[in-house]
Design a protein around this ligand. Sequence first.
Ligand SMILES: Nc1ncnc2c1ncn2[C@@H]1O[C@H](COP(=O)(O)OP(=O)(O)OP(=O)(O)O)[C@@H](O)[C@H]1O
Ligand SMILES: [Mg+2]
Length: 438
Amino acid sequence: MDDSATTLEVLQRNLTAGGYQVFTAPGVAEAIEILEGTALDLVITDLKMPRVGGLDLVRHVRENFKDTEVMMITGYPSVKSAVDAIKIGAEEFLAKPFTDEELLSAVQRVLDKLNVRRSGHTALGQVVSVHKGFIADSRIMHKVFIAIGKAARTSATVLISGESGTGKELAARAIHYSSTRSSAPFVPVNCGGIPEALLESELFGHVKGAFTGATESRAGFFHAADGGTIFLDEVSDMSTAMQVKLLRVLQDKEICMVGSSRARKVDVRILAATNKDLQSLVKKGLFREDLFYRLNVITIFMPPLRERGDDILLLARHFVTKFAAGLGKSPPRFSDKALQSLRNYNWPGNVRELENVIQRLVVMTDGDLIEVPDLPSLMRFSALRRTGFTRTLAEVEAEYISNVLTSAEGNKTRAAEILGIDRKTLRQKLRKMEEPSS
Ligand SMILES: Nc1ncnc2c1ncn2[C@@H]1O[C@H](COP(=O)(O)OP(=O)(O)OP(=O)(O)O)[C@@H](O)[C@H]1O
Ligand SMILES: [Mg+2]
């Protein structure tokens, strides 16, 4: 529900495409009318609404509809209200502007939680192994779960590292929601996504008149997370000046709003994540050594998907079931060769890449069997790996390009440099490699 027609349309279009049944309402009264007549899993509401505000709707749903979750959408500058929303019972909040992917994954997260709650925590148990939102059964991931459990029992700072798409944010949420802080807010901050000039006031808030345009004082993410957990994602993207300020917070456990000289105690647990090798950034002088040691009290390394063995197949089946259900299809099976290709492929984008590939396959496949020719070509070649002199030049080239890309951590500029071709050529080759063969 939203008072702006365009947001409403975007939500309706994306959620319908994602396989959900969607009802829309232009205001709180209309929304309540729908709620009374239909059993709904989830209400998505904007915070700012004409007449009755979004917060009142959250409260109303919490008090009257126990089996319905609420997700709040907020404009960029209203962190505090978002936190209020969570305190009175919204399950998630999503800050505008958001991508289609962020919307769908937030919705999925809320619905997954609802399902687990409804089924008394026994759901999925026999089919796949689920641990705090993770689908995994490999020994290497069991070690990760043990580390998450230990981290949850302390309030120490944790540094979560791992390639992109390995589940770092999922791990951070798991730590927060199994810690004693679970009923207080979990506040994720994408340090790389906020302009440098704004980051300090976003984190620490500012007082009235602190800078041009600061017409009133405003709390920051640290205030919002008080009593709970702040998740500093892509922490290596912080400038060295910001690193100094963060170090001070870690040392003194107090923050200073921009424009104020008075420090205030906060009780916030810090979790940080990076997909870069922080230690090597320290060596190069790009990341402060003292901050590194402060953040790195507990380290959790999320292993790349290619090292998780049969988890790849477990996850593939899970995503097939999930997306097929969303589309009202019966889930297709994989041929043995296709499974082997998925298993052998090196997954530079890890779980997120697997999720996207499977989603595309489920949408595109009409039959009930997915076979090797249905897979993107990068994966088709991985089935043929180690079969000796039977490959075409194009297959060898595709595999080599994909390996170089992995070793360059997905950085296309660097991969192109290594391959001795320009970025445009690389892009063309990649596009070609992603086309399914016919
Ligand atoms: N083991 C898992 N089981 C099920 N889903 C997973 C698992 N690991 C990751 N995911 C899903 O994969 C996607 C990527 O995970 P997440 O955002 O936590 O990764 P990340 O390491 O933070 O990635 P990035 O570095 O790109 O920010 C999410 O949709 C998440 O729910
Ligand atoms: Mg992330």
